[in-house]
Design a protein around this ligand. Structure first.
Ligand SMILES: Cc1cc2nc3c(=O)[nH]c(=O)nc-3n(C[C@H](O)[C@H](O)[C@H](O)COP(=O)(O)O)c2cc1C
Length: 180
């Protein structure tokens, strides 16, 4: 486990060495599978990492539960001695309930902020918020990125690698695979 967590903890330590722990925060994301990230033993991994981060007195720990079937927040919250922020799927009501119950000190919002840049004011004043348009905007963004990528690749191919078009194709395929 030490080896598994070393990259994160060494990075955090290096950042702490520059400005102190109060300027360093970490987000951990049990269940996140972006870029094919996968953990065979997430409870052991995130329990260890949370305890280690707690020792370092960082500014806060943000934790997202991305579809795990174990109580991510309930398990990790007692292990972290500092501000504990949760994220993923919260509404104004569920966030308020979470904080009131002591399950978190802070709640972060993602998608709903995209359609409500003034979300804090809306929530503070009890005004209605507009439903998230993330699906629409991210698919538009993906299409945009693909177009830009295709133009760039065409230019590169024309300029530097007409002799190795196959490699370019493979590279393009690899890049496309990374845009989810
Ligand atoms: C467009 C978009 C980009 C995101 N980028 C990141 C990111 O770079 N790193 C990260 O940890 N989470 C990222 N997230 C996930 C959010 O931090 C958040 O966990 C997720 O949106 C779930 O919270 P929500 O239900 O309030 O949206 C992103 C989410 C969206 C919609």
């Amino acid at each position: 486990m030490e080896k598994r967590a070393r990259f994160l903890l060494d990075t955090v330590d290096a950042m702490i060495a520059v400005n102190g722990p109060e300027f360093v925060a970490v987000k951990i994301s049990p269940g996140w599978t972006f870029h094919n990230v996968y953990d065979t033993d997430p409870i052991a991994t995130f329990t260890y990492v949370t305890k280690e981060l707690s020792k370092r007195r960082i500014a806060y720990l943000q934790v997202g539960n991305y579809g795990m079937d174990w109580d991510v927040y309930g398990t990790l919250r007692p292990l972290f001695d500092g501000p504990f922020m949760v994220v993923a799927g919260f509404t104004r009501a569920s966030a308020a309930a979470m904080v009131s119950a002591g399950g978190a000190d802070l709640v972060a919002f993602g998608q709903v902020y995209i359609s409500n840049p003034d979300l804090a004011e809306r929530y503070r004043n009890g005004w209605p918020s507009i439903a998230s348009t993330t699906t629409r905007s991210t698919s538009r963004a993906r299409r945009g990125i693909r177009t830009i990528l295709s133009i760039a690749i065409r230019r590169i191919r024309r300029r530097c690698c007409p002799a190795i078009p196959r490699r370019c194709r493979l590279w393009k395929q690899g890049m496309s695979d990374r845009i989810h």
